[in-house]
Design a protein around this ligand. Structure first.
Ligand code: KG4
Ligand code: ZN
Length: 340
């Protein structure tokens, strides 16, 4: 089965072709970062309009790269939510229209399920069950994953997501949008020992997180000190250290809680080198292994949607679309997904 995946939930248009026999055939991505950078964040209306311009050319590009044509596609998977409603509607309407025209099934995929399953695209890949740390711009969650659709929430952020904290802190430090990659680059030149920031909820006794206080602590530092390039780098480094330590300790606690030995890290913040190094080192000490998606599949992409669609259609196709109607879900709780 060849599945065409369409991701348009936010500011990246991602398209991919996944074959259940031979794996990922091709993928293409257009990032709108430059366009939104001018405004310091995503402008929803501009995002939707740009997705409209990009989806069809990117589908053509992925088909050409894979040496296929539309008639070779067996099913369509599109991101149904959560995300920006207008942006989601672009992928959902094009995906549904193609499925009606080609008389093939289509399936709406939960964006976070795409992230959650994305490490399965790499080799070696984890085997169910595992604990997943989902760290994106909108979510920070620890999940117990026992199979496709079998997700149990262990803990989550009570305020800002980790990526959001990176973005807001980067803004305070005068770095561009999105701030995560820029802040982590700057942190490499910083002295992590100069400033000590709090480790929020580290000893809360549960698996929840809180990141909004860190941003405030950074704001206080920026007011107290003259912001030289070195001070900015030192603050960036202290911030990253704090986030990485909390994410690492809570992830290991989640592994112990679940009694599992495999940890999967997914979502944009999973591209952070310090997080990767720290998690892998600490996990090894307790006999656990950490699996990451390829860096290019940490942030939003079509491959994870095509893959999640293929997994669902292969195992049961329970949410396979019927009739001519489709919907998107700007808000959608991962725990409400059907199991396969
Ligand atoms: O998963 P994603 O592409 O989009 C959402 O679904 O939210 O994640 C984007 C987030 C942004 O907040 C971005 O700043 C963060 O991931 N991010 C990073 C890094 N690369 C992306 N944060 C820290 N370090 C990075 N290297
Ligand atoms: Zn995402």
């Amino acid at each position: 089965m060849i599945v065409l995946g369409i991701e348009t939930s936010c500011d990246e248009t991602g398209i991919a072709l996944y074959d259940t026999d031979s794996g990922l055939l091709s993928h293409a991505l257009f990032s709108q970062i430059e366009m939104h950078g001018e405004y310091g964040g995503v402008v929803p209306e501009l995002a939707s309009r740009d997705h409209i311009r990009r989806v069809l050319p990117l589908i053509k590009q992925t088909l050409t790269t894979a040496n296929l044509n539309l008639r070779d596609v067996s099913a369509i998977a599109y991101t149904q939510g959560p995300g920006l409603a207008g942006a989601l509607l672009v992928g959902a309407s094009i995906g549904s229209a193609l499925s009606f025209a080609l008389k093939i099934p289509s399936i709406g995929i939960h964006h976070l399920e795409g992230h959650l399953l994305s490490p399965l695209l790499s080799t070696p890949s984890p085997i169910f069950p595992f604990v997943a740390l989902l760290v994106s711009g909108g979510h920070t969650q620890l999940m117990e994953v026992c199979g496709v659709g079998h997700y149990k929430l262990l803990g989550e952020t009570v305020d800002d997501a980790a990526g959001e904290a990176f973005d807001k802190t980067a803004k305070l430090l005068g770095l561009g949008y999105p701030g995560g990659p820029a802040l982590s680059k700057l942190a490499k030149q910083g002295n992590p020992g100069r400033f000590k920031l709090p480790r929020p909820m580290l000893h809360s006794g549960d698996l929840n997180f809180s990141f909004s206080g860190l941003k405030t602590a950074v704001l206080t530092l920026t007011k107290k000190h003259e912001i030289t390039p070195q001070t900015r780098a030192d603050i960036a480094s202290a911030f990253q250290e704090a986030v990485v330590e909390v994410l690492t300790k809570k992830s290991l606690a989640a592994l112990m809680h679940a009694g599992f030995t495999q940890l999967v890290v997914a979502g944009g913040v999973g591209a952070n080198c310090q997080l990767r190094e720290n998690l892998s080192r600490q996990a090894e000490l307790i006999g656990a292994t950490v699996f990451y998606p390829a860096i290019e599949f940490c942030t939003d992409n079509g491959a994870m949607i095509a893959f999640a669609g293929a997994m669902r259609l292969q195992s049961s196709g329970t949410r396979e679309q019927q009739g001519y109607s489709f919907t998107v879900k700007a808000r959608w709780d991962l725990g409400l997904l059907d199991a396969c």
